[in-house]
Ligand binder design. Structure first.
Ligand SMILES: Cc1cc2nc3c(=O)[nH]c(=O)nc-3n(C[C@H](O)[C@H](O)[C@H](O)COP(=O)(O)OP(=O)(O)OC[C@H]3O[C@@H](n4cnc5c(N)ncnc54)[C@H](O)[C@@H]3O)c2cc1C
Length: 397
């Protein structure tokens, strides 16, 4: 189908395509995983048990490795993610290697994370299956320092120097991205540190996005100010003559944001309901395509409507599905119905593929378990798609 696909070719219900890359055994395992996390109290109990077992040093790493880890992660190292990269690539789905070790707190740890991120560029260089690299500023910096700088509190010489080192780490990564011509995505953080991140990222864009988009910032559209942020970023890019790269997401820290706002007594920066977030997200997609001469985007979403809407906008703008200014991305192990069906219709699709030692990526896995409970709504959708495919393969009635 390739570049000639039209939106009518895209259906997110085709589970045959969605799970084509999964063997019967892998599909059955996915069924068990999503059945467990679907029940909030079972999910709560099992994550509690795993946390307890890890704390007590019980040998559960093997069990985790062969179940949830295998479902949501590419491997324990860049090298061991190779088979996942090739496997996804066979279905036209690209990989973004996401080093998912969290909670570094020392300068040494930040330098090691920087080194690891730089290693992902070595892997991605000249590999069409790895079109982007990614990192989180919170992996390269003390989050308390970022928050302190943003709050306007006076900082010591020592802290000024630490912030300068953060800027240097980010610059090192972005300059490598430029040198290797591998664009880099910079994830969005909590609102109380995001301004500091934004300032550095737009400085990088001004430096490296002169000829095309190398650096992408992330905007969370659950923020009431999100579309203003997008317009301001666009105007700054136009004024200073550089290209703008934006990853659009709804935002991962809603509860945390609301709790903090309430406890500190300021107005929540998050839309009060989901409709507000959805509307802001879809409006932004439209704005970006209206300004596609300058803006390139990645739609980081598991929302079927938003992904479908973007295909409609692309068609309206006469853009080929594989126009390099538009990418779709989902997390590995989730929303395969979106990723694989879009890829088959010729769109640019990538999966965030987390990797890292099993124990170190546990916080990431706990978050996936949490967001996949029936309370959050995503799991019932995943589960019903898996059941549909099991029935189609006659593995379940
Ligand atoms: C490739 C990729 C990269 C990502 N990168 C980042 C990142 O850098 N930073 C980051 O923060 N997140 C990131 N995320 C996570 C993302 O922000 C969302 O949490 C997640 O994708 C769920 O949103 P959705 O668009 O997929 O779908 P949906 O399931 O349609 O939306 C769920 C989201 O809607 C919002 N929402 C839900 N209920 C309400 C409510 N009552 N009021 C207001 N808003 C509500 C929340 O943001 C919630 O996460 C990324 C996701 C993907 C797929």
């Amino acid at each position: 189908m390739g570049a000639k696909a039209t939106v009518s070719d895209v259906s997110f219900d085709d589970t045959g395509v969605a799970f084509s890359y999964k063997s019967d055994w892998e599909l059955k395992k996915a069924h068990i995983i999503f059945s467990i996390v679907n029940h909030p109290w079972v999910a709560y109990l099992s994550t509690g048990l795993v946390k307890g077992a890890l704390y007590l040093g019980l040998p559960v790493a093997g069990l985790i490795r062969n179940t949830v880890f295998q479902h949501f992660c590419g491997g324990e190292s860049i090298e061991s993610a190779e088979s996942t990269i090739l496997h996804l690539g066979n279905y036209g789905v690209s990989t973004i290697l996401d080093y998912s070790v969290e909670g570094e707190k020392t300068e040494e740890g930040f330098d090691l994370t920087t080194k690891e991120v730089l290693r992902t560029f070595e892997k991605a260089r000249n590999r069409s299956q790895i079109p982007f690299c990614v990192f989180k500023v919170s992996g390269l910096a003390d989050v308390n320092l970022l928050a302190k700088v943003q709050s306007g509190t006076e900082v010591s010489d020592h802290e000024v120097a630490a912030l300068e080192r953060v800027r240097e780490r980010i610059d090192k990564i972005c300059s490598r991205a430029y040198e290797y011509d591998v664009p880099v995505l910079i994830d969005a953080e909590e609102t109380w540190m995001q301004d500091v991140v934004d300032n550095i990222v737009y400085e990088m864009m001004e430096r490296y996005n002169r000829e095309g988009v190398i650096v992408y910032n992330t905007i969370q559209f659950y923020r009431i100010s999100s579309n203003k942020k997008l317009r301001d970023a666009f105007h700054a890019a136009a004024m200073h003559n550089y290209f703008l790269g934006i990853k659009l997401v709804r935002g991962a820290y809603m509860e945390k944001e609301r709790e903090r706002a309430e406890s500190l007594g300021y107005e929540s920066p998050i839309f009060p309901d989901k409709d507000g977030t959805d509307e802001a997200f879809n409006k932004a997609l439209s704005f970006c395509l209206d300004n596609k001469q300058r803006i390139s985007i990645m739609c980081g979403s598991h929302n079927e409507y938003s992904n479908y809407y973007l295909t409609i906008l692309m068609e309206k703008h006469g853009m080929a599905p594989d126009d390099k200014r538009v990418w779709f991305a989902q997390l590995y192990g989730m929303s395969d119905n979106i990723s694989f069906n879009l890829a088959r219709a010729g769109y640019n699709v990538a999966k965030y593929v987390p990797y890292g030692p099993v124990k170190a990526v546990m916080p990431y896995l706990f978050r996936r378990a949490d967001e996949n409970t029936s309370v959050s709504g995503q799991s019932s959708r995943e589960l019903s798609l898996i059941k549909k495919e099991l029935t189609r393969r006659r593995l379940q009635k």
